[in-house]
Ligand binder design. Structure first.
Ligand SMILES: C[S@@+](CC[C@H](N)C(=O)[O-])C[C@H]1O[C@@H](n2cnc3c(N)ncnc32)[C@H](O)[C@@H]1O
Length: 331
């Protein structure tokens, strides 16, 4: 596993008035703007959710605030992968690409721009994608847990990113992905873990951000979704038949507490993303899966956001990436 070293805390932050939040150090998130039947909605927790595939299918809202969050998270993901859109070693003339759970379609659009030779298809439970897209990119509303209708050996690359909250049948989904990947092609799984950690014990057991992660993991497990931890993704790929599997665990700091410049910027972006993210992920999971009172769930999500803004807390989550190759027939 790469990327599991401790992140060094910025000594300048330690020296300053530590009980206040980042706003006092010039890191103000408040003033920053984030940036038929398939359209049937339900409204819950003050948020809008698509209901076409059932209300318990996807835990995330599909309103404008969530779309902004997803787009910001896309930028975070690119920073995490050192400016890249994927880890798998694709040839420059890669052909058919599938993005499963494409969300706003931002990754698929970037891939279509980056690889003009490719036809990129993004599928999602909800039609959240824009109409004006590159000519080699298109979107369809579909549930990846249903039988796949694509030809066998068709895609050069199949990509799943942050879809764990909507998939219970990973074995079945990856069996389909294996069948539909061409020989020599790749499947990449890329998932942020739900748990928060600290290397210096600054995230105490009773810290609301830590509690949020524990409850999120519990809620996901209760509904048959597994929050990814070390080794999960590569194990899934291996069981499906992929070879040459490579996996990475990358720390994502919440807040600009790291000394390293790149991590500091990333931490700021994650803090901003978390302002929506804790609520987006938490509300449906806590109220439906754990039967928590909506007010209590809302209070916990808000407390988790506030906790990550405390300069004394050096919390991080882990983003896991694994990719594998479908072997050639003779291998
Ligand atoms: C957190 S968003 C991530 C979007 C995108 N992959 C990204 O990284 O920007 C998760 C998306 O996966 C979609 N999703 C979840 N389960 C799915 C399923 N079974 N089939 C298709 N899409 C799914 C959701 O509708 C949502 O738009």
């Amino acid at each position: 596993m790469a990327g599991t070293e401790s992140i060094e805390v910025d000594p300048a932050l330690l020296k300053s008035d530590c009980d206040s939040d980042y706003a006092s150090s010039g890191y103000n998130t408040e003033s920053t703007s984030l940036s038929s039947t398939v359209n049937e909605y339900i409204f819950e927790n003050g948020r809008r959710y698509h209901a076409y595939y059932g209300t318990d299918k996807n835990l995330l809202p599909t309103d404008e605030a969530e779309k902004d969050r997803m787009d910001l998270h896309h930028e975070i993901m690119i920073q995490l992968l050192d400016g890249e859109l994927h880890k798998a070693p694709l040839p420059p003339d890669v052909h058919n690409i599938l993005d499963v759970g494409t969300g706003t379609g931002i990754w698929a659009i970037d891939m279509a721009d980056k690889y003009p030779s490719a036809q990129v298809l993004g599928i999602d439970l909800s039609p959240l994608q824009p109409k004006w897209v590159p000519p080699n990119c298109k979107f369809e509303v579909d549930d990846a847990e249903l039988e796949w209708t694509y030809r066998s050996d068709y895609f050069s690359f199949i990509h799943f990113r942050n879809v764990a909250q909507g998939i219970t049948k990973w074995r079945q989904v990856l069996a389909e992905a294996y069948r539909c990947t061409k020989r020599g092609g790749y499947v990449e799984l890329s998932e942020s873990g739900a748990m928060l950690y600290s290397d210096d014990d600054s995230l105490a057991p009773e810290n609301p951000a830590r509690r949020w992660g524990e409850l999120m993991t519990e809620a996901m497990a209760k509904s048959g979704r597994t929050a990814p931890v070390d080794g999960h993704l590569s194990e899934r790929l291996e069981k499906a038949g992929f070879v040459d599997i490579k996996s990475f665990a990358i720390k994502q700091p919440f807040g600009p507490w790291a000394k390293d410049k790149k991590l500091k910027k990333l931490g700021m972006m994650l803090l901003l993303q978390g302002e929506q993210g804790f609520h987006s992920y938490g509300m449906m999971a806590f109220t439906r899966m754990l039967k928590m009172d909506p007010k209590e769930a809302d209070t916990l999500c808000r407390a988790a956001i506030a906790a990550t803004k405390n300069k004394k807390t050096h919390a991080y989550a882990i983003h896991y990436v694994a990719y594998g190759r479908k072997p050639e027939a003779e291998e």
